[in-house]
Design a protein around this ligand. Structure first.
Ligand SMILES: *Cc1c(COP(=O)(O)O)cnc(C)c1O
Length: 360
């Protein structure tokens, strides 16, 4: 039996995608072998990769000003690649700190020898909101943000428009959950395992104008221009992750009908859950400030850790999986990634009402 999967990451994948991957496992595309066993230099995998890129571009409306590349090393490797390529030793760059992942990215920039600076932070407020006032360095080579904070359940709804440099955004836990106005961005990226496909792949869209400014004294596997020049096949790419992600792109285009439809469905899912939290007379308490609430990761608490433990155990037994908060903060978290259905959320909301009736 399939469970309702609210995991924070790796997260749920669409049933149709898994079914297609399973059907094609032993004989993919008439090759008599799985996609994983095919040469990445062969015409079939080359065509598959080109199609995945084209579909990703179609979903986000990325034109020729943008390069799309597929990296490995998860989102965490981007924490290093970004400063290495665009700041360099002593290079100035601004960071907006909205939680665990941007804190890590900031530290990594230091390790890489760059000179990162905080343009804003919500740390004083325990990361419960998205900052609205920024102190930008006019010399900053880029401004780094985390667009959706997976751990804290906050999300940017309006991006800064007066940044001195291009915005660089970690979108790991929201990429392809909503359409984007890409004008302020120079680079966006996301680890696949939250909202796109299997771990092992990181999708990066980068403005060519920015890529042209990348430093060249960077090891090949960390160099954006090397990925671009080699169509992400400087070395063996994660073919399986790319293939499954490609199936998800097609699912979004053809079954869901694009990112506007996806965004409407995601909004309906999160509205339903936040409503249940807000209507619980304080029994369930959302941790993010209402204006900064994430559509993707809904974080909340119960009155006491014992109750939270009980909630996790009983929800799991009821087929509602992955509702524990991130290990750094505790509490509860429902991740409502694209593949989580409205019906899954209805089941969760019903469970919450019953749990409160019995334990409240
Ligand atoms: C999960 C996550 C990461 C870390 O991803 P890895 O692929 O494990 O490196 C980074 N940023 C955000 C926003 C995340 O949600």
């Amino acid at each position: 039996m399939r469970v309702a999967n609210f995991n924070g990451g790796p997260g749920a994948l669409p049933r149709e995608v898994l079914e297609e991957a399973a059907r094609d496992l032993l004989d993919w595309n008439g090759t008599g072998m799985s996609v994983m066993e095919n040469s990445h230099r062969g015409p079939e995998v080359q065509a598959m990769a080109a199609e995945a890129e084209a579909d990703f571009r179609a979903l986000l409306g990325l034109n020729g000003d943008w390069a799309v590349i597929f990296c490995q090393g998860g989102a965490s490797l981007q924490f290093a690649m970004i400063p290495l390529n665009f700041a360099g030793p002593g290079g100035r760059c601004d960071y907006i700190n909205t939680g665990l992942w941007s804190t890590k990215a900031f530290k990594e920039a230091r390790i890489c020898g760059a000179n990162p600076r905080l343009a804003a932070s919500s740390e004083d407020d325990d990361f419960t909101h998205i900052p609205e006032v920024f102190d930008f360095d006019p010399e900053a080579k880029y401004v780094y943000i985390t667009s959706n904070n997976t751990v804290r359940g906050t999300q940017w709804s309006r991006f800064p428009h007066n940044a001195p440099g291009p915005l660089v955004a970690d979108m790991s836990s929201e990429l392809l959950s909503r359409p984007l106005d890409l004008r302020p961005f120079g680079l966006i990226y996301g680890g696949a395992q939250k909202n796109i496909g299997p771990a092992g792949l990181t999708v990066v869209a980068i403005r060519r104008e920015l890529a042209d400014k990348a430093r060249l004294d960077v090891p090949s596997m960390l160099s954006y221009p090397v990925y671009i020049k080699n169509q992400s096949m400087y070395n063996t790419p994660p073919v399986w992750s790319l293939y499954v992600s490609g199936l998800t792109f097609k699912w979004l285009l053809n079954t869901v009908g694009g990112l506007n439809n996806m965004a409407a469905l995601n909004q309906a899912k999160s509205d339903l859950l936040y409503q249940a939290i807000d209507d619980s007379q304080g029994y369930y308490r959302g941790t993010a400030r209402p204006g900064s609430r994430s559509v993707m990761n809904v974080t909340y608490r119960l009155p006491g850790e014992e109750l939270e433990k009980k909630f996790k155990k009983e929800s799991q037994a009821a087929g509602l999986v992955g509702l524990g908060g991130h290990r750094s903060v505790g509490g509860l978290r429902a991740s409502l990634y694209n593949a989580v259905t409205l019906d899954d959320v209805r089941r969760l909301v019903d469970f919450m009402a019953e749990f409160q009736r019995v334990n409240g």
